[in-house]
Write a protein that binds this ligand. Structure first.
Ligand SMILES: [Zn+2]
Length: 319
């Protein structure tokens, strides 16, 4: 079982929350690089059967909120301004959003889209408004208020996926771009996704994967662990499939859809290793060309760092 909102007194799982196997292993000890708190370390524990990983000690929702950096409304306001002027669309960072839109269009040509954990909603801004009705969920009420005021076409809801404002059976597509690994009960989240989608509706999840070559090679230096303890869970292909199946989804495809994002993860993992082991960037520059070979190997073996899963709600299941 997954932890409830309040973690168990032991703050550890005594079995895998996905497949209930009791044999686990310590994958590595990781530090919170985003908050630059190397003195606080977190255990990444992995199930020996399905490969699902999680961060220990387990934190409750309340405790966890203290680990999230504040949202900078000024930055969001500037970004909206740049978007409305068309300047943002010419920047390098915008490529990440347009490639998501191209992926979405391959599966859902038009309809109602809900982006979970949408932040300022950049992905939603990028979706063509003549094709899609765009909605998002964001935990920061201030962000929601700001975006609503400046971009009234986008329907943002403040809260989480369980918010009663969201109408069951409404959506053609629900997306999670690097969000599912942050949520304490992914099983309940996917159950709710099943209710919010129309029968046959689509689900897209992108997240870092612990059974990737880059995670195995870099271990505690892996970029996918920079965000512990906010990354509560570390999915493997098998555990993600099992979770989706339990929630009534059919996995259509696993993709390395963004070479951009995957390579970013590889590059930063090497940089972490170089900086923390040698206190120098020289080993990073010396080995950086080898990353292209590693990336090719990841693609051949299917063990890439950032996995995107396309799934579909089974027809006829409406609860
Ligand atoms: Zn397991």
């Amino acid at each position: 079982m997954f932890a409830s909102e309040v973690p168990s007194p032991t703050r550890r799982h005594n079995e895998c929350p996905i497949c209930h196997w009791r044999e686990t292993e310590l994958f590595c000890v990781a530090a919170d690089r985003v908050r630059r708190a190397p003195e606080e370390s977190w255990d990444v524990v992995r199930c020996r059967r399905c490969g699902f990983g999680w961060t220990e000690p387990l934190l409750g929702t309340e405790e966890l909120s203290g680990y999230y950096p504040p949202t900078y409304l000024g930055t969001i306001d500037t970004r909206i301004g740049e978007f409305l002027e068309g300047k943002l669309q010419r920047s390098r960072s915008w490529r990440g959003e347009t490639e998501k839109v191209r992926l979405v269009m391959r599966y859902v040509a038009s309809g109602r889209v809900l982006d979970v954990g949408c932040g300022d909603g950049k992905f939603l801004w990028a979706l063509p408004p003549d094709r899609y009705e765009r909605a998002g969920i964001e935990r920061s009420a201030k962000t929601v208020e700001l975006v609503r005021r400046r971009m009234p076409d986008i329907d943002l809801v403040s809260g989480d996926i369980h918010s009663p404002e969201l109408e069951p059976g409404r959506y053609d597509l629900i997306t999670f771009w690097h969000v599912l690994e942050h949520l304490p009960r992914p099983d309940l989240v996917l159950e709710r996704v099943g209710k919010l989608l129309r029968p046959g509706g689509w689900l897209i999840i992108s997240l870092p994967c612990i059974d990737s070559l880059q995670a195995s090679l870099f271990r505690s230096f892996w970029y996918g662990f920079d965000d512990v303890p906010r990354h509560l869970h570390h999915f493997s292909k098998a555990s993600l499939n099992r979770l989706l199946e339990n929630a009534g989804f059919l996995t259509v495809r696993h993709l390395l859809f963004s070479r951009l994002v995957n390579f970013h993860s590889l590059k930063h993992s090497l940089l972490n290793w170089s900086n923390e082991r040698f206190h120098s960037r020289i080993p990073y520059y010396a080995l950086k060309p080898a990353l292209l070979g590693l990336e090719a190997f990841e693609r051949v073996t299917g063990r890439y760092g950032i996995r995107t899963v396309i799934a579909r709600k089974r027809q006829g299941t409406n609860d």
